[in-house]
Design a protein around this ligand. Structure first.
Ligand code: PLP
Length: 375
């Protein structure tokens, strides 16, 4: 049984595999949960996690803003009528032509994390509101950003002073604790680390308007060490905020946690093969066409997988699951527990696959992007 669709609903779906199905209700409920846990904040969905039109429209209708990372993403937002004042350009290093196009559309909030980037923004988007991304402790997160993005704490004040001198608005500070965070205190710790900086800025007459605590809110996968709830994160974040010298407006940019649990992928077994170490099930979807995050980089996500085969007496067995391509990286799992008599033609359901999968689909070996349905 999936959290968002019953076994019966899944069994009755007439579509040709592989396909994704999103639940609009699950998306709306997740947005509401963010609003409940962070009542006085603004939520900007990080659309890099999934940019399917149905996802964007559902969240737009629910009232979310969007964090965009390129002109392509901007075009998707424009196509569904998202106004400029509900968009943040949140990548802290950006191509000049993209800054120009965002600025021309009226987006005036840009992240940055270095002096050259600040000067670039000032020359292309005069009077923009800028927020500086700081590198924070991302230990315990599956995907870590602190090596590539974010300035050190000591640079925040000089960068925001320079922003003011360039005629820009010193709008705020942002951080990202890493995607699929493993430490529920990560956001609170990062907020705490900013107390001296906010005090210093205040002394200089540079109060910031927003504190953007980014994304990172985890989804509970079988590979997760423990479940971390939004409520738990919210409690420690609000306790940490109280210790700041004043209260900037809180901004969140959830990607994964908004969308991961709202979709399943249904795939078919195309072959069952015995090899020395495992019994392999080859599927019509794999890491290149639907399950990118199961390919290990800094970490590898293990998805819950179940079978649509009616329960049999054969018991369970452990299988390795492979995608259809000829590549050795195209392995989704080596320990999937499924009915022992599973056979080609049977359908499998991968759960909580809504984040960072469809956006990463390529045409490797010619396998196409799975169809996508919304219920
Ligand atoms: C600037 C920014 N904001 C938000 C996110 C969303 O992070 P997550 O999907 O972990 O919530 C990302 C992810 O890379 C990001 O780069």
């Amino acid at each position: 049984m999936s959290e968002i669709f019953t076994q019966k609903e899944l069994e009755e779906m007439p579509h040709k595999t592989p396909y994704f199905v999103f639940s609009k209700k699950a998306l709306k409920n997740r947005y509401k949960e963010f609003k409940t846990c962070f009542p006085n904040s603004s939520i900007y969905y990080a659309m890099k996690a999934d940019a399917e039109k149905g996802v964007l429209e559902t969240l737009n209708d629910a009232g979310a803003g969007f964090e965009a990372a390129s002109v392509h993403e901007l075009h998707l937002l424009k196509a569904i009528g998202v106004p400029a004042d509900r968009i943040l350009y949140g990548t802290s290093v950006k191509p000049p032509s993209h800054i120009k196009e965002f600025h021309e559309y009226g987006v005036n909030r840009f992240a940055f994390d270095s002096m050259p980037e600040l000067e670039k923004i000032a020359s292309i988007a005069p009077k923009a509101r800028v927020y500086v991304r700081v590198s924070v402790n991302d230990t315990g997160s599956v995907y870590r950003f602190s090596e590539k993005f974010g300035t050190v704490h000591e640079n925040i004040v000089p960068l925001l002073v320079r922003a003011r001198d360039l005629g820009l608005e010193h709008y705020g500070i942002s951080f990202h604790v890493g995607s699929q965070a493993g430490n529920p205190e990560a956001w609170a710790n990062a907020i705490g680390s900013l107390i001296p900086v906010l005090k210093h800025l205040d002394e200089l007459g540079l109060r910031i308007e927003i504190l953007n605590i980014g994304g990172g809110y985890p989804c509970f996968y079988p590979s997760s060490e423990k479940e971390i709830t939004l409520q738990e994160i919210s409690e420690s974040v609000h306790a940490a905020l109280k210790k700041l010298p004043y209260q900037p407006h809180l901004v969140l940019e959830p990607g994964r946690a908004m969308v991961a649990g709202a979709a399943v992928l249904v795939a078919s077994v195309i072959a069952r093969v015995e090899r020395i170490e495992h019994t392999w099930l080859f599927l019509d979807a794999g890491v290149y066409n639907g399950l990118f995050e199961s390919l290990a980089y800094q970490g590898s996500i293990v998805y819950r997988v179940s079978s649509l085969r009616p329960p049999a007496d054969s018991g369970e067995a452990v299988f390795a699951l492979a995608g259809p391509t000829g590549d050795s990286w195209d392995v989704v799992s080596r320990e999937a527990h499924l009915p022992a008599d599973i056979t080609p033609g049977d359908k499998l359901v991968f759960h909580s696959v809504g984040a960072y999968n469809l956006v990463m689909v390529g045409r490797f070996n010619g396998f196409p992007k799975p169809d996508v349905y919304f219920v």
